[in-house]
Design a protein around this ligand. Structure first.
Ligand code: NAD
Length: 429
């Protein structure tokens, strides 16, 4: 028998333009030497378990018929059902959904949640559609992927441009198709429909919790610690408020309308009020407007990117004067910037740990839905803090043991847990 080569790249991706899946494969290569005997199973991580591409046809409000491309990728389900958001964006690609699904596998495992990783998306610009059209798109997409999702199979959640209303439509469509109420099929639902208290703030609260741990390890006293935050939405706004409540000084905050600065510390509650009225930070009272580029060069203890991908890159990394970066956003630091910051001795708490608060409370929502017994917000916040602290401590210990960055350590912890499950389950049939 001739040796058959194993190709890491599936034939359905363009080998000349692999996209985000290529970055993920590089990350897996980097941790493989640390996986010991488990590396026998590493190919499992390089192949999504299931990749579904669906056509989503709907009638538009003007009576014409339009077709959209939708995806649901289940990267790995060795540790439990797939878990991951659904993104509505005109630039969504299969490679991107595959990578996001894989990062969910690593994130769920790094935090020790009993989930695998999955992700979904539709190539659509939601700004061009009415609520009624978005509802029809969501319902048809849910029906199309209905064959592979379910409370024990794969549980979607909101992501970019989807929200609690989208999840309510998904829950209703799935429930109608199976002929019974199925709240546990999605998380991030409205509280009135089996959603969880604390879910809205969960990611920012998780960022705050691991931020406190990392600051303590670096010998930084949070009282009077300096913090700057990019993104003042769900994640950044909550994190900024919690750090201020803990005594830290929020020196600067940036959103899509500009950067506001106050060397004596901004009043976060006043900024949140201003945001509500003006939909942006620009022009907030008692603040100085500074150029967006200057935000990155402010001397600070903590820097929290909580907006978009790739914001910390080779153009600004060498001038960053932060001691710790806590990645609230997904993928805010490019690999080149990662190397520059590591060389400068800046600690980076990676996204797969730092922003795992959202999926952790999604896990609580799923558990509460199964028992139809709902917890108080205090119970949720306490359990969230306990799990985030424990995840940080585990990853920090592995980083110390192998003398690697927290990012590599998080991948070692996550990938090893996934492959251990694969090994003990064995191959079917
Ligand atoms: N919401 C969650 O539970 C959750 C969970 C995990 C990861 N994340 C990640 O966190 C990040 C933020 O998510 P969110 O839910 O807070 O979104 P959001 O829409 O509530 O807020 C995004 C913020 O980023 C700002 N922003 C957008 N473009 C910008 C630009 N060019 N420059 C500066 N600021 C800009 C916006 O003004 C806004 O303040 C995303 O990367 C998301 O994937 C969110």
């Amino acid at each position: 028998m001739t040796d058959r080569p194993t190709h890491a790249l599936p034939s359905y991706l363009n080998a000349d333009d692999v996209g985000p899946w290529g970055i993920y494969l590089e990350q897996v290569e980097r941790v493989t030497p640390y996986l010991g005997k488990l590396s026998r199973w590493v190919e499992t991580l390089k192949r999504p378990k299931r990749t579904l591409i669906v056509d989503v046809p709907i009638e538009l409000d003007n009576g014409t018929v339009a077709h959209f491309e939708g995806y649901r990728v289940q990267h790995n389900t060795s540790r439990g059902p797939g878990k991951g958001g659904v993104r509505y964006h005109q630039d969504v690609t299969l490679s991107e959904v595959m990578a996001l699904a894989a990062w969910m596998s690593v994130k769920s495992a790094a935090v020790n949640l009993p989930f695998g990783g999955a992700k979904g998306g539709i190539r659509i610009d939601p700004r061009n559609h009415s609520q009624a059209e978005l509802e029809r798109i969501t319902r048809r997409y849910t029906s199309e992927i209905g064959v592979i999702i379910g409370p024990n199979k794969d549980i979607p959640a909101p992501d970019v441009n989807t929200n609690a209303q989208t999840m309510a439509w998904m829950m209703d469509t799935y429930s109608m198709n199976v002929g019974g109420t199925s709240t546990g099929v999605v998380t991030g639902k409205p509280v009135s429909l089996g959603g969880s208290l604390g879910r809205v703030e969960a990611t920012g609260r998780g960022v705050f919790t691991v931020g406190c741990e990392a600051a303590r390890d670096a010998g930084i006293d949070l009282n009077d610690a300096r913090v700057i935050v990019q993104g003042f939405g769900n994640v950044g706004g909550t994190a900024a408020r919690l750090f201020q409540e803990a005594g830290a000084k929020i020196l600067a905050v940036q959103d899509h309308t500009g950067t506001v600065y106050n060397p004596n510390g901004l009043d976060v509650l006043a900024l949140l009020n201003h945001m509500e009225q003006h939909k942006g930070l620009a022009g907030a009272p008692n603040t100085e407007a500074i150029a967006n580029e200057d935000f990155w060069h402010i001397e600070t203890d903590l820097l929290i990117p909580a907006a978009l991908e790739g914001q910390i890159n080779k153009n600004n990394a060498d001038r960053i004067r932060a001691r710790i970066v806590i990645e609230g956003a997904n993928g805010p630091t490019t690999p080149e910037a990662d190397d520059i910051l590591n060389d400068k001795g800046v600690t980076i708490v990676p996204d797969v740990v730092a922003n795992a608060g959202g999926v952790t409370v999604s896990y609580f929502e799923w558990v509460q839905d199964f028992s139809s017994f709902f917890w108080t917000e205090d119970e949720i916040n306490n359990r969230l803090e306990m799990m985030m602290r424990s995840a940080y401590t585990t990853v920090a210990a592995v980083a110390k043991e192998h003398n690697v960055t927290l990012r590599t350590a998080a991948f070692i912890v996550g990938c090893a847990r996934i492959l251990e499950s694969r090994q003990v389950r064995g191959l079917y049939p």
